[in-house]
Design a protein around this ligand. Sequence first.
Ligand SMILES: Nc1nc2c(c(=O)[nH]1)N[C@H]1C(S)=C(S)[C@@H](COP(=O)(O)OP(=O)(O)OC[C@H]3O[C@@H](n4cnc5c(N)ncnc54)[C@H](O)[C@@H]3O)O[C@H]1N2
Ligand code: MOO
Length: 402
Amino acid sequence: MISVEEARTRILAPLVPVGTETVALGEAWGRVLAREVVARLDNPPADVSAMDGYAVRSADTRAGTALRLIGSAPAGHPFGGEVGRGECVRIFTGAVVPNGADSILIQEDATREGEAVIASCEAPTGRHIRRRGQDFDRASVLLAPGRRLGARDIGVAAAANHPFLTVRRRPRIALLATGDEIALPGEPIGPGGIVSSNSLMLAALIRAAGGEPVLLPLATDDNDAIGATARAAAGMDMLLTIGGASVGEHDLVRTALAAEGLTLDFWKIAMRPGKPLMHGRLGSGQPVLGLPGNPVSAMVCSVLFLLPALARLSGTGDEGPTPVEAVLEEGVGANDHRADHLRARLSVGRDGTLLVRAFPRQDSAMLRRLAEAEALILRPPGAAALPAGATVQILRLDGYGL
Ligand SMILES: Nc1nc2c(c(=O)[nH]1)N[C@H]1C(S)=C(S)[C@@H](COP(=O)(O)OP(=O)(O)OC[C@H]3O[C@@H](n4cnc5c(N)ncnc54)[C@H](O)[C@@H]3O)O[C@H]1N2
Ligand code: MOO
């Protein structure tokens, strides 16, 4: 059995970013930028006032000086003339500072007497003026490829006058859930049947990671059914199978896909939950990741391997939760040869330390526990028992749409 690290390396090695597409800026949130965003203008485009008041020549202002009001400059309506000695122009936030003026006297520091404006203090040079290009200059690179666009990025791209952006298309992940016993939520459930919680759970995770989940029809435990359903996934960026990965006579995914030209890269890894994970590629080159059917196993494998794979396909560097330290609230036992991932609760100690406590029961079919878990405690292969107070590595489960 290979290690978690080796499995990850082998899954990621052949993956390259998918193609690009152009989308309206309003649709670009959450997408991964494929081409840098270069400013198409200076921001602000000219020297502008940061306050409502009067555009003045600093040298003219002293407490008690009267200035002659010669015009007005609302935002979007620059004053065409020039501010001469002893003159001022009424100005509003965001308006272009007229020629001749070098400071803004805010209206709270001025009194208006007809066409005269009396300053109650000095207005220092440059005060309350935003210089042209203070935010960014035309041609500067604002956003680099590989960035997943957040709301603030949309703002900066809009300010730089980009109505469209070039982004990676969403990686298409086909989900093939197998098993005679499974039915989708709401469908009739046969004797001994269960609901396929995995399909929609993993589809949600894929969507949150910026992918496009494609739910294939559920396949029965039958080689022909699995093969035919897998063929329907041709052209998808990855085929993700669920269940049928273990050793029983009804665990047919490997044999069914072998008939479809699967080259197996590995099957079984030194990990709990998730031992029967399978990886390979079909004749077309399509990568195949075979998840175990137990929902906790399927999800833990997805956090460790599917999120990084989606990141690679999307051309971004954020490959999912990374280990952080926490302190055990309660001891944990020694570990065997499989890297373990204990579902756990987090809390914060009185001194601010992050505390973690594993659930007493760790069954890979317990979805409610999985949903309640806030972290996975990472237990390396062969790790010794640890007492309360020991520091461990954890993966937090509070991002990535988890
Ligand atoms: N003799 C052995 N038995 C098992 C071994 C082993 O090494 N030797 N490994 C165990 C481990 S570990 C796991 S994990 C499971 C994985 O088995 P499969 O991937 O073959 O999954 P299934 O047998 O199809 O199902 C396992 C379990 O999960 C339920 N399931 C399946 N699909 C779904 C779904 N879409 N949604 C929700 N639940 C699903 C299924 O009903 C089973 O209860 O094998 C152990 N056995
Ligand atoms: O690896 Mo299985 O996933 O332990 O339940």
